[in-house]
Design a protein around this ligand. Sequence first.
Ligand code: ATP
Length: 445
Amino acid sequence: MDKSIEKIVSLCKRRGFIFQSSDIYGGFSAIYDYGPLGVDLKNKISQLWWKEMTQNHENIVGLDSGILMHPKIWEASGHTGAFNDPLVDCKQCKSRFRADEFSDDFESFDWQNTKCPKCGTTGSLTEPRQFNLMFKTHIGPVEESGMEAFLRPETAQGIYVNYQLVQGAMRLKVPFGIAQIGKAFRNEIVARNFIFRTREFEQMEMQYFVKPGFDDDSMQQWKEKRFGFYHEILGIDKSRLRFHEHDKNELAHYAKEAWDIEYKFPFGWSEIEGVHNRTDFDLKRHEEFSGKNLSYFDQSNNERFLPYIIETSAGLNRMLLTVLVNAYWEDKENNRIVMKFHPKLAPIKAVVCPLVKKDGLPEKAREIMYILKPDFKVLYDQQGSIGKRYYRQDEAGTPFGITVDHQSMEDNTITIRHRDTQQQERVHIDSIHKRLMELEDAWHH
Ligand code: ATP
């Protein structure tokens, strides 16, 4: 694993962001558990996405469909069937090979430094990919006679099969979108880079239904909006973001045009989100497999058509990893590590510390907790020296440190310490709430 990713992994464990699954049993491969700070950070990111989709757009509504669905859905989508062997592609000459022709140990085999057997290029082989990545299970009391079912490998299909019900219930007119956040499962054969590629993960997908002919414009708009989300809303450094367009050989069978939004991770440029023009492929297939007419009736023009779909498909865990990498800062001068989260993302907004554990300071600090609690996630900490307490919170990414000292007992003022600059300001207790709001609003990435 890359060195700087290793540092982030260890900070995540130390501070309670992310743990490997089943730790006391030696871990469980490519599955991670989110600790107290991780779950808060993850929720904040997904809430921003949800708000951007369903609140900022009047014509986008939410959905939460099941993880298990009718198995025919996966026949229609093209996820079942076809071949089952892990394959490796040569990006240079486009040849395909069975991965086991190279090695049986896919995880540790050095694909990057292997020559393509056909064209002889080194570094052009992809890591092995499996066509059918779905986890299989059974519904019913007896495995043999039960119905075979699959854990969904993407949330998108739940949207397609519900699209008419949603459209009818909400009286939506094309163009409209349906957004969903939920777990997806893929039996990845090479899972690595911490939470970048895991076997259980969360997707945030929005499927936008448009009239055919309007799809190219819509694609352009969604590309821009989604790119903007990363630097304007999440505060990700723009110079570490880029688009990558899928060329003809990379395009999935369902796509007319596809763009990845990539981030420059310590292990290289990698996809965090895909924006795809899926045409009417999925709805057509579901019409074929379900026997139902899925066309949309456009009253104003008195015509029926199958909408085209522009999909924006993001991985919540990859977005979280992006936020973690982007925030990580080794402040060598002061010998500390700081997670520079924007206050709106920080799992804890402020730590409240009595300078000493006596003279009525803890009680005063508790009073401040009660003032702030209804609106901010605050933490009370009286353990250890004040410097140590601040450094712990720097690693947790807590933007503000509020300290109650002896002067507070005399004039009802406290200090607010700023995480990134370590500067302090003295504020009256009655105005802390307002001041924290101001600081958050005026925050620069
Ligand atoms: P990749 O090529 O990296 O496997 P993909 O092209 O298969 O990704 P999509 O099927 O387009 O990915 O899924 C959309 C998004 O879901 C991806 O951009 C990514 O953020 C997320 N995602 C996909 N597979 C995983 C995984 N195994 N672990 C974590 N996130 C994933």
